[in-house]
Ligand binder design. Sequence first.
Ligand code: AMP
Ligand code: MG
Length: 544
Amino acid sequence: MTDTQSSTGEPLSQLTFDNRLVKQLPADPLRDNYPRQVPNAIYSFVNPQRAPAPQLVAYAQDVAALLDLTPEDCASERFVQVFTGNELLPGMEPHATCYGGHQFGQWAGQLGDGRAINLGEVKNRRGEHWTLQLKGAGPTPYSRTADGNAVLRSSLREFLCSEAMHHLGVPTTRALSLTLTGDQVQRDMFYDGNPEWEPGAVVCRVAPSFTRFGHFEILTARGEVDLLRQMADFTLRNDFPELGPPGRDSYIALLKEVCVRTARMIAHWMRVGFVHGVMNTDNMSILGLTIDYGPYGWLEGYDPGWTPNTTDAQGRRYRFGHQPQMALWNLLQLANALYPLVEDAAPLEAALDEYRREYLRSFQRDSVAKLGLPEYRPETDDKLTEDLQRLLPLVETDMTIFYRCLADFDPLVDQAEDSRSDAQLIEPLLPAYYSPPTEEHQQRTADWLRQYRERLVQEWVRTGLDQRQRRERMNRVNPKYVLRNYMAQQAIDAAEQGDFSEVYRLLELLRNPYDEQPQNQRYFARRPEWARRRPGSSMLSCSS
Ligand code: AMP
Ligand code: MG
């Protein structure tokens, strides 16, 4: 018998668990499930609550494949029971972890997995470890005053978006499944005293680990330096073995590596127009993965000041254009948390500089890649990209459509002179504008296109790159399809009526976001007017 066959023939019985976190780190000695402070421990054992009537909404076949699960496994009754939390497989050791965090700039003390329960670490056939985590499967010692549940609306947004991000090439946690619990959950979506009952749901998230900056912060805040060292050593051994054996140098190398990965993640967000919405330090992954999809949003009209999160509407701390700085601020908190292990600020500060360097490098590379240029040349491209950044917010311009259409702008490189009028030049870009451009805007855009053309001609002479190659390059970094907020909302509206077909359609569409999909052209369109004011499409709160 091979290890992929089960001994009993039952679905899912090929899953093998190797729960390193449970084995190697200290547990909370209390087993009762009530809200409390949990000092001197990394996690608490806790069982998922019972769901009265589990129902599968959807699963992601690519994530199932990572876990060596077959379509038959995923279609089984056992699958829906296990991934809603009603049945534990042999080897699972459910637990919730303790972390703290800075929320909107303030230290918030202990937070922890208030509605997330790790089931264990699957070791797949390739020897990779994948932690399975149920989100919304009931209260834990870290739930504080909340209920441990999640609703369909927010769970569906997390399920679809984390998969969409993966296929866009953005580092992210994954989602195996989305199920309904059969319970109703009460939520006051706009915190305005009008709570409503909504369907309860569970997402099974999957990642190599779910360690957050806040896991380190809470230990340092409590002065639990011994435990801090254990946590750092554990992270080095299991998540970053390439950084060498635990010790002062590798703690510094760890921070540096987190800085580099975070810089790359943020550059990706800026490239595709993603706004996380709640970049608190408890929502920052040590692996540089996008994590905790809540009131996130996608830029439609390009506006660096935009945030989808109504809870952050005042200060707009986590607005699109502020994300790079906020990531650095968060990394500074992580550096402070690691300080007791290093006791020297200079190397930690040097690691933070690595963030600035790596972000700039990635951002510049992406800025010109989005224009079809193979490398960033400061002498021309500082001005070219800055002028574009200034141009885009002047009138409401759909970011995704703009870049995709820009690939169709023909620079006519074989012609010595470009005699096209302003109107002719900007013609390919018209689908990106929410209202017809004024004459002044047309002129500014045409001026920028002439500057761009000049740069392309220079590149052509140097590299011989042609228009077809340029379009191909651009279409590999500028997605055609993103999960616009109104698209997710339409899938939610239908799913709440028991129709999951739009979920399947979007899941499939977003698996190939850079490809032309003629049958799906309707998703390559500006946000419809109704979505501008519709709650869920234009306004999102943390209530989920
Ligand atoms: P978030 O802002 O969604 O990342 O959540 C911040 C903290 O609140 C985390 O510790 C979550 O586990 C916790 N939390 C959020 N919603 C709930 C809920 N419904 N029940 C229990 N804990 C929650
Ligand atoms: Mg969170």
